[in-house]
Design a protein around this ligand. Structure first.
Ligand SMILES: Nc1ncnc2c1ncn2[C@@H]1O[C@H](COP(=O)(O)OP(=O)(O)OP(=O)(O)O)[C@@H](O)[C@H]1O
Length: 265
C-alpha cells in the first residue's frame, strides 16, 4: 500500500482579493514535497498577492491555507519561519550592513536568548552565499550592491533560513542570463522529495525557464486557472487564452521553446 504524503501546503476554496478586486476564487491546490511549482500569468493578474496569501501575510477573502495540515493563520511566527520563507520582489535596506550579516539574519528562527549568531550560522550563511555565487561579496555593504546582486543575497538569506517551503516572487527578474540559470538550477535542486523534503513555489514571467526547470505550473487567467505538470499546462492554446497573445512552439530535442508571436488582446 502506498504511503499517504502530507502536502506541505494546501489551498482550500481559497479566494483572494485586494483593494475590493477579486483576484482568485475558490482555488483548490496542493504542493507536495519535491515539487517545484511556478505561478505564471499576465501582469496584475494576482501572482504576488496569491504568494503573499499562501505565505500567511495577506488574509484570504475566503477559504484557508494549510501548512503541513495546520491552518496558516493559527501557526506561530516562529513555526512559520521554519516552515516557509518568502523572497520578495524588491529588497529595501534602511541601514548599511555587510552581506554576511544580511544572510545570517535568515537564521533568526533558530536563534534564542540574545540572538547572537553562532559559528555554524556563519558557516551556513557562507554556504548559502556560495550557492548563489556571491561568496566573494561577503564583506561588501548591501547598500552598494547592484539590483541583481542584492536579489541573490536575499536568495542566500532565504536558503540560510532553511524553510521546508521556499516561496519566491520573480526570483530571476533582476538576473542576467547566466545568473537566471544559476537561480533556477538551484531551486530545481532544492525541491527534492528526499529528506528534508522541500518544495518551491515561484512567481515567474519567463515561460522558457519555467518549461525547463519547473515540475508543475499554476497559470492564472481572468476568472480561471490551470494547474498540473509543467508539460500539461504549457500548451500554446492555454497560454494564448491566459496571456492574450499567440505562441509559436519550437522543439529543440527534448526541450520546447515558446515564442510569443502576435498580440490578440
Ligand atoms: N495594496 C493594494 N491595493 C490595491 N490594489 C492592489 C494592491 N496591491 C496590488 N494591487 C492590485 O492587485 C492586482 C494584482 O497585483 P499583483 O502584484 O498580485 O499582480 P502580479 O500578477 O504579481 O503582477 P506583476 O506580474 O506585474 O508583478 C493589480 O491590479 C494591482 O494593481
Amino acid at each position: 500500500m502506498s504511503e499517504l504524503i502530507t502536502p506541505l501546503l494546501q489551498a482550500e476554496q481559497l479566494s483572494v482579493s485586494v483593494g475590493g478586486r477579486v483576484l482568485c476564487e475558490r482555488l483548490a491546490w496542493q504542493i507536495l514535497p519535491g515539487q517545484f511549482w511556478c505561478i505564471l500569468g499576465r501582469n496584475g493578474i494576482g501572482k504576488s498577492t496569491l504568494l503573499h496569501t499562501l505565505a500567511g501575510l495577506h488574509k484570504p477573502a475566503g477559504g484557508r491555507v494549510l501548512i503541513q495540515g495546520q491552518d496558516i493563520q493559527a501557526t506561530t511566527a516562529q513555526q512559520l519561519a521554519r516552515l516557509r520563507g518568502l523572497l520578495a520582489q524588491q529588497q529595501a535596506d534602511a541601514f548599511s550592513s555587510s552581506v554576511l550579516t544580511a544572510v545570517i539574519a535568515g537564521r533568526h528562527p533558530y536563534q534564542f536568548g540574545f540572538g547572537w549568531d553562532r559559528e555554524d550560522d556563519r558557516e551556513l550563511a557562507m554556504q548559502a552565499l556560495e550557492q548563489v555565487k556571491m561568496a566573494a561579496f561577503s564583506d561588501h555593504d548591501v547598500l552598494r550592491l547592484s539590483g541583481g546582486e542584492r536579489q541573490r543575497v536575499a536568495l542566500a538569506t532565504l536558503l540560510a533560513q532553511d524553510p521546508l517551503l521556499l516561496m519566491l516572487d520573480e526570483p530571476t527578474a533582476h538576473q542576467d542570463a547566466a545568473a537566471q540559470i544559476v537561480v533556477m538550477e538551484l531551486l530545481h535542486k532544492v525541491a527534492n522529495p528526499l529528506p528534508p523534503q522541500k518544495a518551491v513555489i515561484a512567481a515567474c514571467h519567463d515561460i522558457n525557464l519555467v518549461s525547463r526547470y519547473a515540475t508543475h505550473v499554476l497559470l492564472l487567467g481572468d476568472g480561471k486557472s490551470w494547474q498540473g505538470s509543467a508539460d500539461s499546462v504549457l500548451q500554446p492554446d492555454i497560454l494564448q487564452t491566459a496571456f492574450g497573445c499567440q505562441f509559436e512552439v519550437m522543439e529543440n530535442g527534448a526541450r520546447r521553446l515558446f515564442v510569443p508571436t502576435a498580440d490578440i488582446s
